[in-house]
Ligand binder design. Structure first.
Ligand code: NAD
Length: 249
């Protein structure tokens, strides 16, 4: 009987909302080198460039809305009575929240948060931020100026909630991955961890990902189409995995 479900989401789930994926040919990520805007070293070199980059991504959130894939996961969380449904997301957008989801672990941080950077003498606290971040902003707790940074996990930094994620994977009965290329670790390794516990694994993507070999099932197509159908089948199965597996082919 399926009880606890862990769902890993990546940039692909937000693509149909109009947020470009990491390796797309359009969008802000393509105009910058990852080293410049997504590493602590890039921030040291040019904090203004990095602040502006995330200010733009944050401002763009106002132009987008959750799509049927985000809404399907929120519906699953509301209607699933067998156990917990945990969303582990690599996304820094807030579309799961706006779709009505709960129990979301933003392992790579959030655009709508900022933190007081310890490496710059800050207090380490995390705060909401809705508008642009400026160099002159002051930490509301330690009152230092110039210590606030985007609350984003950059390459070379430790992702957030790793203990909690490890615990959820250990207690999972089903692992689902949606819209992730399977090349950014440690998230790309969660499927093999789940498998090592004997947990059935399913991926949703436009095409097989780099970690396809670890998935028991693959559903290929736009998540906005495949996810609502899958969620209906999962709810209809009432936790009977054999019944669900028959619908996955
Ligand atoms: P990625 O860009 O490397 O891969 C996206 C994957 O989604 C691809 O495998 C692609 O085939 C698939 N995809 C694209 N459109 C899809 C659709 N409609 N339905 C189903 N699948 C679809 O993304 P990643 O694996 O999440 O890694 C990128 C990193 O960049 C993450 O760490 C994330 O923090 C960051 N990022 C976040 C956002 C966001 O918050 N929305 C956007 C871009 C990048």
């Amino acid at each position: 009987m399926l009880e606890n479900i862990v769902i890993l989401t990546g940039a692909g789930i937000s693509a149909e909302s109009g947020i470009p994926v990491f390796r797309s040919e359009t969008g802000l990520w393509e105009e910058h080198k990852v080293d410049d805007v997504a590493t602590p070293e890039g921030y040291e070199r040019d904090p203004e460039l990095v602040r502006n980059f995330y200010n733009t991504l944050r401002a763009n959130l106002k132009k987008v809305a959750p799509n049927p894939a985000h809404l399907a996961l929120a519906e699953l969380q509301k209607k699933w009575k067998n156990g917990r449904v945990t969303i582990v997301t690599q996304n820094i957008d807030d579309l799961h929240e706006r779709a009505g989801s709960v129990n979301i672990l933003h392992m790579h941080g959030e655009l709508l948060k900022q933190s007081c950077y310890r490496a710059h003498g800050g207090c380490g606290r995390v705060f909401d931020i809705l508008e642009d971040q400026k160099e002159t902003d002051q930490c509301p707790v330690c009152h230092r100026t110039g210590t606030l940074r985007p609350h984003i996990v950059w390459f070379g930094e430790m992702p957030l909630y790793m203990d909690q994620i490890a615990n959820e994977l250990r207690n999972a009965d089903l692992f689902i991955s949606i819209g992730t290329s399977g090349v950014v670790y440690p998230a790309a390794g969660f499927v093999s961890t789940a498998r090592s516990y004997g947990v059935p694994t399913v991926e949703f993507n436009l095409e097989p990902s780099a970690t396809k070999g670890y998935f028991d099932y693959g559903v290929y197509g736009k998540a906005g189409t495949t996810l609502p159908k899958f969620v209906s089948q999962l709810l209809e199965s009432e936790g009977d995995f054999e019944k669900l597996a028959a619908t996955l082919g």
